[in-house]
Design a protein around this ligand. Structure first.
Ligand SMILES: *Cc1c(COP(=O)(O)O)cnc(C)c1O
Length: 337
């Protein structure tokens, strides 16, 4: 299977499966699972936070962060394109009674500080209470500059707001910037990290933050049905993802470059190379091409894409350069009928 839909399709390695089968476990709701405890303690230190919480998914980790920072009737400022506004089922409003205040993202994925400032509500009973800014990095494959993060930290300090990072792919950002993960993490009160995307763990995300915020999040996780028992089985794989699969992201990014260049050599396909800095390639497909029919043909050869006229292709550890070349050859054949 050559699957370009997402880096979520990565499968756990044999080493992960072995570690899972050998993991020492206990009941994590009682705080008894040594493998969970070890992962949470190690992750907190590794990312420069006081505490960490292992969560079932990125959606859950983000929701817990919102619910830990905001009470009923509070609001968070976020990008119009933010995953935790647009793609998480309205969870903050549905389950947290928290109002999102989305603001149009700039072309580079940042949110303009002036626009953020204008969106902060006055202390007046007409308004929701603005408590939090939430941003995403990478956002649609784009890396936010460290300088922007520093300015944003100064901004939230000035306005006494908290700052959350949806860092589903924050390791891709650190890899692209060639910095340690803490160089990014240092600016945030909380950060979520997906372990089940490019890092290759089967299940799970981390939420990182202060002892107090993580204690609140742990309580909400139980309320939301996310208190897991022998979760050490999952954390054993997660530890390998964080210690052994980070290096691989560099290869994924090189493969995305290669894929982008190859696509640009085919007429009717256009990739803006300047925007290919991590593991995502967005390709404009000419209207004259029936990309849905092409996708069906590719599927017969076990090649999976999400067909669209503005199509996202994602590279990951289960996709090699040879797979990309096979895809390009098959695509050329399919285009010639
Ligand atoms: C995938 C993703 C999430 C959610 O992760 P799930 O584990 O799929 O719930 C959150 N934010 C961003 C930016 C993502 O890409």
């Amino acid at each position: 299977m050559i699957d370009f839909r997402s880096d979520t399709v990565t499968r756990p390695s044999l080493k992960m499966r072995n570690a899972m089968s050998q993991a020492e476990v206990g009941d994590d709701v009682y705080g008894d699972d040594p493998t969970v405890n070890e992962l949470e303690q190690w992750s907190a230190v590794r990312h420069g936070f006081d505490a960490a919480l292992f969560c079932s998914s990125g959606t859950q980790a983000n929701l817990l962060a919102l619910m830990a920072h905001c009470e009923r009737g509070d609001e968070y400022l976020c990008g119009q394109q933010a995953h935790n506004y647009k793609f998480e089922g309205g969870g903050a409003a549905v389950l947290g009674s928290i109002q999102p205040q989305p603001i149009e993202n700039e072309k580079d994925g940042t949110i303009c500080l002036k626009k953020l400032e204008q969106a902060i509500k006055p202390d007046d009973s007409h308004f929701a209470r603005t408590k939090l800014v939430s941003i995403e990095n990478t956002i649609n494959g784009k890396v936010l500059p460290l300088k922007y993060l520093a300015r944003l930290r100064t901004f939230v300090n000035k306005h006494q707001l908290s700052l959350h990072l949806d860092g589903a792919r924050v390791y891709n950002a650190a890899t692209a910037l060639n910095v340690d993960i803490t160089e990014i993490a240092q600016y945030f009160d909380t950060m979520s990290v997906c372990l089940s995307k490019g890092l290759g763990a089967p299940i799970g995300s981390l939420l990182l933050g202060s002892t107090e915020v993580i204690a609140k999040a742990r309580r909400w996780r139980k309320v939301l049905g996310g208190g897991m028992r022998q979760a050490g089985i999952l954390c054993a794989a997660a530890k390998i993802a964080l210690t052994e699969n980070v290096e691989q992201l560099k290869v994924d990014h090189e493969n995305a470059q290669h894929l982008a260049n190859q696509l640009n050599s085919i007429s009717g396909f256009e990739v803006n190379l300047a925007q290919v800095t991590t593991n995502m390639v967005f390709v404009k497909v000419d209207e004259s091409i029936d990309i849905h029919a092409i996708a069906t043909k590719l599927k017969d050869q076990d090649i999976i894409i999400s067909p669209s006229t503005y199509m996202r292709l994602v590279t990951h550890l289960d996709l090699s350069k040879a797979d990309i070349n096979n895809f390009i050859s098959a695509l050329k054949v399919a285009l010639n009928k």
